[in-house]
Structures are given as C-alpha cells and as structure tokens.
Design a protein around this ligand. Structure first.
Ligand code: ATP
Length: 368
C-alpha cells in the first residue's frame, strides 16, 4: 500500500460499466475532495455498488478512469490500491480473536509488532478491552466497529463503505452514523459511503450524490439537495414532496410566474431552475401549513383550498392529506403542540406556504 504518498482527490472520469448490453454505470464523472465524507445515494439497482467496486478494484471498468490525485488506479489490482472496503456483512474471521482480526492487514504485510497499532485502532472505535474476545461474543454494532478498525489499520487513503449499517437495527444505526462521522473526522481520510437510506446519507456526508439508472441526478451538500432538488426524481427520493404540475410563464421582477390547476402562483427566480414551459411547483410537506380560512393566511403566502382526507398522528407531528378542489392530493406535516388542536378528517382547510420555500423544476414529457 502506498499510504506514504499524499492522496489527493478521488476522481471518476467518464466511468462506465456494461454487463452485456446493460449499462449499470453510465459515463460517470465526479470529484470527491480528499478528506471528505461522500455518500452515493440511490435505489436498489441504480449502480452504486458497481461504482464502489470499480473504485475498490473488484470490478473492471468498461471504460473511463479512477484517479487518485494524478494517478489512474482503475486497472491496479485491489490490494495494490490505497483503498479499503467495509461491507455490510462484516466478514470477520470467526476463529480469530478481535486483536488478530484487526491485525490481519498488518500481518499480511509481514509486520510482526502489531500490538500498539491494534490498541490504537480499538481505541478509535471505542472497543478497548475487547481484544481477546471472538467475533461471536460481540454485538452486531461492535462487530461492525471491528470491521472498521480492521479496514483502517493499513491507513488507506480512501475507505469505501458498502451499506455498512444495513444489518443493524434503527437505534444502533443512528448511533453508528454519529460514530462513523466522528471516526472520519478523526482519521481525516476520504470516506465513500454507499446507501439507499436518505437519512443515513444526509446525516453523515459532506456531499451527497443522488444516483439513478447509472447516472448522477444531483450532487451537493445535504441541505442544498433537500431544499432545492434539481429533478422530480431527487425531490421524491429525498423525503416527500408536493409537486404541482403546471406551466411557467416567464418572470415578473425577480419571480417566475406559474399557473397550475387553475391557480396562479410565483416562485423566487433563485428557487427556479427554469422560467418557461412545463414545470413542477414543489413544496415540502413540512413547509405546507393548514388553516381554516383564507383570512388566516399570512401576508405574502400563497394558498390553495381543500379538504382533509386523512390525519395520521405520528407523535412529533400529524401528517395530513388534503384533497384540493382540482383533485390533487397534498401532504402537510404539522408539529404537535401536545395540546390537541388536530384537524379532523372532512374539515375544509386552506393550505398555504411561503414562496421562498417553494421550488420550481422542469417537468419532463410524461411526468404528471
Ligand atoms: P443494491 O443497493 O441493490 O446493491 P446498487 O445500486 O448497488 O443496488 P448495483 O449492484 O451496482 O446496484 O447493480 C446495478 C445494476 O447492474 C443492477 O441492475 C444489477 O442487476 C446489474 N449488475 C450488477 N452486477 C452484475 C453482473 N455481474 N452481471 C450482470 N448484471 C449485473
């Protein structure tokens, strides 16, 4: 492992992988800055694992490059790359104790004195004192930490994580998300994390790439992607969105005018990806507020009328479905005060939003 050399950014350049006539990864180009926590997020089958495997050297690209700094590593054997992988199945050696599992990478390189480094790695993952146990004597979360220590002991320049928390229950997964972020900050190397879980990607990553059908739909900081999605796919994949199909009719001042379902709306130009043609006007459910009458709508807000068709109490909030006069269904999340005041099914309501929280996307042919 060439871990003494400075790493540099990880760059994928026109990376493509075909299996027969099927293109799993389609001309992918992106740069992952050195030392950042990067998440590849997408549904099953979108090509994220194949991308990771090409970085690891477990899959040969059909074309394109994998560059680390200035070096193309795409055709190096896996063990020649300064890259290591943590898989969902921890793949620990059951017959070896934790110390020897963690030491494995050092032993393979012929290093005999491993105790100090192993201790340091176990401290990093907060497993001091567990070295003499066997994997079967640890919990799932602890085994995952061992897998992490084992992957980090060789000081890779890039650590790849393939759904590493997939086998853990929700509570443990949340703990490990915070833990992984802490470890990444501490070791300061590039982490590339593959997941289909949007919350997981957003919690940990500096940058998220949303993948669909072998391509990147959008790449950016979690808040930017959530608040201002680039496509209807991204808007729907990251949380829920109300997307009103309409037509953009140019700008007035610094707003784009939109007609949708008989209503006329506007969106700040800075929140619009286009100003003419078929569009979706998007509002997140937590940005949609419900009141009884139009007189209660705050100045500057836009609104539509409807009827509550469903109210689901989910503790922190109540999730409403509202059917509008033109037959669309809108979703609104309303924080619970704990003092009652929920709206009943059948109540006539006015749904309103601050236009600064809306966004405007291109509507492709066939999208409704
Ligand atoms: P998952 O989360 O389910 O692992 P993914 O986004 O990681 O999904 P990949 O495993 O990268 O997806 O697979 C992308 C596509 O390529 C899938 O349609 C898959 O069936 C196909 N594919 C992957 N490996 C092979 C292979 N060895 N031969 C043929 N097709 C493959």
């Amino acid at each position: 492992m060439g871990h003494e050399a400075p790493a540099g950014d990880l760059r994928l350049a026109n990376l493509t992988k075909r299996f027969g006539i099927f293109t799993a990864v389609d001309d992918l180009s992106l740069t992952i800055p050195q030392g950042s926590f990067f998440a590849l997020l997408g549904a099953s089958g979108c090509g994220k694992t194949t991308t990771l495997r090409m970085i690891a050297g477990l899959e040969e690209p059909t074309s394109g490059q994998v560059l680390l700094g200035d070096r193309d590593i795409a055709r190096l054997r896996p063990y020649k790359r300064p890259v290591n992988t943590v898989f969902q199945s921890y793949a620990l050696f059951p017959h070896l104790d934790i110390n020897e599992n963690v030491a494995f990478g050092l032993r393979r390189r012929g290093i005999r004195k491993v105790a100090d480094q192993v201790d340091r790695m176990l401290a990093l993952v907060q497993l001091e004192g567990y070295g003499r146990r066997r994997p079967a004597q640890l919990s799932g979360g602890q085994q995952q930490r061992v897998a992490l220590a084992r992957a980090l002991i060789n000081h890779p320049q890039v650590l790849l994580l393939d759904e590493p928390l997939g086998a853990l229950d929700l509570k443990l997964r949340r703990q490990m998300q915070i833990e992984l972020k802490r470890i990444q900050t501490e070791v300061g190397i590039t982490f590339v994390h593959v997941t289909h879980d949007q919350e997981e990607a957003m919690t940990m990553a500096d940058t998220v790439a949303v993948m669909n059908a072998g391509k990147i739909e959008q790449l950016g900081a979690p808040a930017d992607i959530y608040e201002f999605p680039a496509t209807a796919f991204v808007a729907n994949f990251l949380g829920q969105s109300n997307l009103l199909a309409g037509e953009a009719g140019g700008t007035s001042g610094d707003h784009v005018l939109v007609s949708a379902h008989g209503g006329r709306f506007s969106v700040p130009a800075a929140r619009a990806r286009l100003d003419r043609g078929p569009v979706f006007l998007g509002v997140r459910p937590e940005k949609l507020h419900l009141v009884g009458t139009a007189a209660e709508v705050p100045a500057g807000h836009q609104h539509v009328g409807g009827v509550v068709t469903d109210a689901s109490y989910v503790g922190v909030s109540t999730q409403y479905l509202v059917k509008t006069a033109w037959g669309s269904e809108l979703s609104a999340f309303s924080a619970n005060s704990g003092l009652g005041g929920q709206l009943p099914v059948g109540a006539p309501v006015v749904a309103h939003w601050d236009p600064r929280h809306a966004f405007l996307l291109r509507r492709e042919p066939g999208e409704e």
